[in-house]
Write a protein that binds this ligand. Structure first.
Ligand SMILES: Nc1nc2c(ncn2[C@@H]2O[C@H](COP(=O)(O)OP(=O)(O)OP(=O)(O)O)[C@@H](O)[C@H]2O)c(=O)[nH]1
Ligand SMILES: [Zn+2]
Length: 218
């Protein structure tokens, strides 16, 4: 065991496992130096399973709380980690022609219900001497989305983060998503929410081009 995560075989279903002190742990309460406390996550997931009336000791669930859920949350919350922020290499450009990128996948978590919201992001910017590698836009959106947030704040975070990284004359970001907290619980309405954030001003013509590119994407 190198990562402090207990394996299935080490679980014997005894009560002392509830506080994370059973033999499966590394014994000194440490965990990966990563952004999440995997031990706490395992403990919390086990409590959650208990609370909903499940049996955390049954075969199908042991690895769920011990390993899978902690690992999944580590991945889904990468956006909190500055050291995971993508490197945004830029290139000199002589053109100030609008760069438009549509259909970037977005998967994030709503901070109200800890449920996913997902959809697409669209980005348009007018360069000021520099453009960024095309893949970096999608990399940035992916990183920025991996945290608990609300859509409006995420949209603004992406616009401001890309503005910092690229230094364009103007940039606009649009997100179009479905929130599972609305779709599979509560109001149970499968709807689309669109939000937009801008830094600087796109011209009327540029706004039209952005709108047309988004429409063509649908
Ligand atoms: N503006 C905005 N609202 C969000 C977002 N994600 C979830 N919400 C809403 O946040 C609200 C939270 O409302 P509350 O009344 O505190 O929570 P609730 O009782 O679970 O509400 P319902 O979802 O209506 O059952 C809900 O209306 C959600 O639809 C988001 O990204 N942006
Ligand atoms: Zn929600």
């Amino acid at each position: 065991m190198t990562d402090g995560t207990p394996t299935h075989d080490e679980h014997d279903g005894t009560d002392d496992e509830r506080d994370g002190t059973h033999d499966g742990w590394d014994g000194n309460g440490t965990h990966d130096d990563g952004p999440v406390d995997r031990e706490q996550l395992a403990h919390a997931t086990r409590l959650l399973l208990d609370a909903i009336g499940e049996d955390p000791g049954r075969d199908g669930l042991v690895e769920t709380w011990e390993r899978r859920v902690p690992a999944a949350y580590e991945e889904l919350t990468r956006g909190y980690r500055e050291d995971e922020r993508p490197t945004m290499r830029t290139f000199d450009t002589e053109t100030d022609d609008l760069v438009v990128k549509t259909g970037i996948p977005v998967y994030s978590l709503c901070e109200h219900h800890l449920l996913p919201f997902h959809g697409v992001a669209h980005v348009a910017y007018r360069p000021d001497g520099e453009v960024v590698g095309l893949s970096k836009l999608a990399r940035y959106v992916k990183w920025a989305s991996r945290k608990l947030t609300v859509q409006e704040r995420l949209t603004r975070d992406i616009a401001e983060g890309l503005d910092d990284a690229i230094g364009p004359d103007a940039i606009a970001v649009e997100l179009s998503t479905t929130h599972l907290c609305e779709a599979m619980r509560g109001v149970e309405a499968h709807t689309t929410t669109t939000s937009r954030a801008t830094v600087g001003d796109l011209t009327t013509d540029e706004r039209e081009r952005f709108r047309d590119a988004i429409a063509a994407e649908r």
